[in-house]
Ligand binder design. Structure first.
Ligand code: SF4
Length: 475
């Protein structure tokens, strides 16, 4: 089940994958944790079926797909879930997000003699838990989580329980699902970043793991029907969910932060069409709208629906074809050729584009290098004009909460001093329009309250370690 869950969540991380199970050894009357991890996609790491059947036995499991935001991508010690055995038993942890005070905590732990195996921020949570003087793993974990700051959605396995925990701001998503087993032992519970993982394993969505919540799934809770829930001390009055999950990162068939991603993404496209329309030149003219697949498909549908509703003759076309077989490990014939890199991933459908006024809808522009190459390719297909529409505001600031954006200097919006005409010129388009911040918030549930928008606004809801901002600007 965990394997299928990881498979559904492959888009959240493609560098490495791992599963840890807890198995009770009746003859020794003790618990054993089994782990299997490796670099690559889920299907490659677990390509041998015997790994799942023979090596990963047990009654509970957690898994993790890695997408590195701290720590080297090549270091095998950075592959999660991490497993430790300490005075209270076994403990395994999978972490999504970024801790913003990890430099300070790591330095202080190291000065007291703690030896780190990995170079990630996530390992700190294990050390803090293991060092706690409290009785009981939940209280030890709670002490650790009271000390860390930043973004974390966690799945934790102990000998007798599965724990799901989320940072007080609920920056990253984390959902709870249930599977009716028909067994007297009660239902099975599953936890995942996105609900698309539940669909694959036949689980029904129960709800969100609340911001600041530590939810314990153990035999007692499963049988009684009431799971134990604890709260991190620093839980603020208002959450700040990552709005970029709706714009780009999550799958459109998922429900996160209590709302369907598809619904929000369509709305982003609709609001963009209303805010920055592209109209046919004459009654005989027709505008062709194409998405940058796959992440912009849903928003593009919204864009076209709204444009048609406004009476504009625009048509949705498949103008860009994406190869699904170019992974991170694909060997580029010429590593330095940005153009070839984009061409191995995308190709144009020339008949759709030639002689037309073309609108490209994309979810965001980060460095601008891919967008620039895409525009160049589309230009080669001889359109009449190219109009670029983006379903988010300009990204001007780095993310310290788990999204791998480059330093400020590399962001195109920064390099061009937020001058949209200058960005349009650099991309080589006839016009460029971003969705306004006001409309972005309008598209998000709850009128856009309770969201982090720091990469657009520079307003960071959680304080950032000075060392972290220095690192980001050095990268
Ligand atoms: S800075 Fe941007 S990407 Fe990072 S958590 Fe906030 S909204 Fe999401």
């Amino acid at each position: 089940m965990t394997y299928y869950g990881l498979h559904a969540l492959q888009h959240r991380g493609q560098e490495a994958s791992g599963i840890v199970t807890s198995e009770f050894l009746a003859e020794k009357q003790k618990w054993r944790f089994n782990a299997f991890k490796g670099n690559g996609l889920v299907a490659d790491v677990f390509k041998d079926a015997s790994i799942l059947k023979d090596q990963l036995k047990g009654s509970s499991a957690i898994g993790h797909n890695r997408y590195s935001t701290t720590g080297s991508a090549d270091n095998k010690f950075n592959i999660q879930p991490f497993v430790v055995n300490y005075k209270a038993g076994n403990l395994a942890l999978g972490h999504n997000g970024n801790l913003t005070n990890f430099h300070t905590l790591r330095e202080s732990l190291q000065s007291e003699g703690t030896i780190f195996q990995s170079t990630t921020d996530s390992e700190i949570i294990l050390h803090l838990t293991a060092r706690s003087k409290h009785e009981g793993q939940i209280h030890q974990l709670k002490e650790a989580l009271d000390a860390v700051e930043g973004a974390y959605s966690l799945v934790i396995l102990t000998d007798t329980s599965l724990i799901a925990a989320r940072d007080p701001y609920g920056l990253r998503p984390l959902c709870l699902g249930r599977i009716e087993t028909g067994s007297a032992k009660g239902p099975a519970y599953v936890v995942a970043s996105e609900t698309c993982a539940f669909d694959l394993v036949g689980a029904t969505y129960v709800g969100e793991v609340e911001p600041g919540e530590i939810l314990v799934i153990d035999q007692e809770g499963v049988q009684s029907g009431t799971l134990k829930s604890y709260h991190i001390s620093k839980t603020p009055a208002e959450p700040h969910h990552c709005i970029f999950e709706y714009i780009y990162f999550s799958r459109p068939d998922s429900k996160i932060f209590g709302e369907n991603v598809d619904k929000v993404r369509r709305k982003l496209g609709k609001l963009l069409a209303a805010e920055s329309p592209v109209r046919p030149d004459s009654e005989d003219d027709r505008v062709v709208v194409i998405s940058v697949p796959d992440s912009s498909n849903t928003a593009t549908l919204g864009f076209v629906t709204e444009a048609n509703k406004m009476g504009d003759d625009v048509r949705l076309e498949i103008g860009l074809i994406r190869s699904h077989y170019v992974g991170r490990t694909f060997i580029q014939p010429d590593q330095n050729s940005r153009e070839l890199k984009v061409k191995t991933k995308f190709n144009t459908v020339k008949g759709v584009i030639k002689g037309r006024k073309v609108v490209i809808v994309d979810d965001s522009i980060v460095r601008g290098t891919t967008s620039k190459q895409l525009v160049k390719m589309i230009r080669e297909a001889e359109p009449k004009e190219i109009h670029f529409r983006v379903t988010s505001p300009p990204i001007k600031f780095p993310c310290y909460y788990g999204m791998d954006f480059p330093s400020r200097e590399e962001l195109i919006a920064n390099r061009c001093n937020s001058d949209v005409d200058k960005i349009a010129e650099e991309l080589g388009v006839d016009s460029l329009a971003y969705l306004s911040m006001e409309k972005l918030l309008e598209a998000a549930p709850n009128g856009g309250r309770n969201y982090c928008t720091a990469c657009f606004s520079g307003i960071y809801p959680v304080p950032i370690d000075r060392q972290l901002t220095k690192d980001a600007n050095d990268t």
